[in-house]
Design a protein around this ligand. Structure first.
Ligand code: SAM
Length: 226
């Protein structure tokens, strides 16, 4: 059974698509999708031997050797044109690493569907997508434990996003999922505490204070409309 985060990623994969899971580690995502008959075949890409062994173990025990190819490779280099990959998932990594992986491997791009789950720096991922011929079609935010995970789905297309949409997510902003509102409520609260502390320490005029105050204002306006 997949964690809420990976289950949400799985639900976004277009049924019938050939899937590449880049940085798959245990290959849980492709294994579940294949066992449930939601995709016909999958490719697992891993840059490290340990996680690749984990993936091979899952695939072997699930009896999926015929349907899954596991390759040791850096990022999208795992994908060959003859694989016919339609959906690429890159999940559970920092946004800057995801951006780097996308930017490095361009030969087969654009893919029909990208499903990205950056743990951090979501803005950098959105910025890369719209600058490189992708349009964001769906976004989700999922709570798991104390974390909130954002998932960004894109397909080839042209999209113009405002700086606010890039920062917060065009779909997330429009949909205002309670998990999304909570995420930014917490961040707003964290900044409030920080700003109060800086001010009472006599640092109310510093650059640091000004930058944090700007960030605070941005969240207030974009998410809470005040
Ligand atoms: N995708 C799974 C998930 O969301 O649960 C596993 C995430 S795990 C935290 C990150 C994995 O990405 C690690 O197994 C790591 O080896 C792999 N990874 C990091 N950089 C990579 C790269 N450039 N190419 C392929 N895999 C990479």
């Amino acid at each position: 059974k997949l964690s809420p985060r990976l289950a949400a990623v799985a639900d976004l994969v277009t049924p019938g698509h050939k899937l590449a899971d880049i940085g798959s580690d245990h290959a849980y995502l492709p294994a579940v999708l294949l066992m449930e008959g939601r995709i016909p075949a999958a490719l697992v890409g891993e840059v490290s031997q340990g996680p690749l062994d984990n993936a091979r173990h899952t695939v072997g025990t699930a009896g999926l050797n015929e349907k899954v190819t596991c390759r040791l490779a850096d990022g999208l280099a795992a994908i060959e044109p003859t694989d016919g990959i339609q959906t690429v998932v890159i999940a559970g990594m920092g946004g800057l690493l995801i951006e780097k992986i996308l930017a490095a491997g361009t030969s087969d791009q654009p893919f029909d569907q990208l499903i990205l789950q950056p743990n951090t720096d979501q803005e950098a991922v959105r910025r890369w997508l719209v600058a490189n011929g992708y349009a964001i079609t769906t976004e989700k935010i999922v709570a798991e434990g104390h974390h909130r995970y954002e998932i960004i789905v894109a397909q080839p297309g042209i999209q113009d996003l405002t700086p606010t949409q890039l920062a917060f997510g065009p779909v997330l902003l429009a949909e205002r999922d309670p998990v999304f509102v909570t995420k930014w409520e917490l961040e707003k609260g964290r900044l409030e505490t920080l700003l109060d502390r800086l001010k009472s320490n006599g640092q109310g005029e510093t650059d640091k204070y000004q930058n944090l105050a700007k960030e605070y204002q941005k969240i207030k306006e974009a998410v809470f409309h005040d």
